[in-house]
Design a protein around this ligand. Structure first.
Ligand SMILES: C[S@@+](CC[C@H](N)C(=O)[O-])C[C@H]1O[C@@H](n2cnc3c(N)ncnc32)[C@H](O)[C@@H]1O
Length: 283
């Protein structure tokens, strides 16, 4: 795959990509002197992502491109009748690779917005020779652009960022806004499998799921109380070592109609409401 395509997939496009691409090509040959130019600056910026692009190139066959062209047709990558599971924020991919290895009949799409983490997950999948995994380098908020209505059977959310302040609550992957977005791509009675070490995030999430029409099952505050259970993620393995309890639940999407927002005046304190709206007149 041409490096330019990989730049596009990981969001380095437009004005930056040609410079970074040039920098990458030059980085194959020793850089000669000269003043600091954008290409050098790009290389410095990329130092953190050492060899990111060549590493991605080596695993390019597990990158799902821009994803949008597969919308409604993802199963064609494996088998029309297969189940389609999507993992949000796969990180370094221990869970992705191991779960996909155990279920070769399921197509796994791993979504991750940080390419440095995702490349490690891609390498793990390639090392195992798995054919049922593809990676999408993007934000979870883009799911409706990438998947058709009802296309996904299951979503995994493992150890997502807790965003502890109220100000940032909307960024939590279990916030109602995200749950409503998942509703557009999950099939009816599709599931969200959620795990976290973070007790306040878990408490928030088990309240949030029903507000978006999901019923809960398999709710536990100590998943590994009786020994290791299920496939662990990279974060989970570390927390397990430390003895931190892991919370888990399964949320099932039920038929649901979003309740109408109460009218503005109902939010106001009683003394500020003024006159209540008149009753609708009988025809
Ligand atoms: C705390 S790490 C957990 C990684 C992995 N799931 C695990 O359990 O080891 C959270 C991961 O989710 C990714 N992430 C957070 N918000 C995201 C979003 N909106 N879309 C895609 N990835 C996201 C982060 O980049 C990070 O790699």
């Amino acid at each position: 795959m041409h490096p330019a395509l990989i730049y596009d997939m990981i969001g380095l496009s437009g004005r930056t990509a040609p410079f970074v691409q040039q920098a990458f090509l030059r980085s194959r040959a020793p850089l000669s002197g000269g003043t600091m130019n954008f290409a050098r600056y790009a290389i410095m910026r990329m130092r953190k992502k050492k060899n990111l692009i060549p590493r991605m190139e080596r695993c390019a066959h597990v990158l799902a491109g821009d994803g949008a062209s597969l919308r409604g047709n993802w199963r064609s990558l494996l088998r029309d009748s297969c189940a389609l599971h999507v993992e949000l924020g796969c990180g370094k991919g221990r869970f992705t690779a191991e779960t996909a290895r155990l279920h070769p009949d399921v197509l796994f799409i791993a979504v991750e917005r940080v390419p440095d983490a995702m490349v490690i997950a891609m390498e793990r999948v390639c090392a195992l020779g798995l054919e049922n995994v593809r990676f999408l380098s993007c934000d979870a908020a883009r799911l409706p652009e990438l998947f058709a209505e009802g296309e996904i059977d299951r979503i995994y959310i493992n150890f997502c960022d807790p965003w502890p302040t109220k100000r940032h609550a909307k960024r939590r992957l279990t916030h109602k806004n995200f749950l409503k977005l998942y509703r557009t791509v999950l099939k009816e009675r599709g599931e969200i499998h959620f795990k976290t070490d973070n007790a306040p995030l878990f408490a928030f999430s088990v309240e949030e799921f029903p507000t978006a029409g999901f019923s809960l099952s398999e709710v536990t505050d100590d998943l590994h109380a009786n020994g290791p259970t299920g496939v662990m993620t990279d974060y989970e393995a570390k927390f397990y070592e430390l003895g931190t309890p892991i919370h888990r639940c399964v949320a099932t999407m039920e038929p649901w109609t979003e309740p109408e927002e109460p009218p503005e005046w109902e939010h106001a304190p009683v003394q500020d409401r003024g006159a209540e709206p008149p009753e609708p007149s009988a025809q």
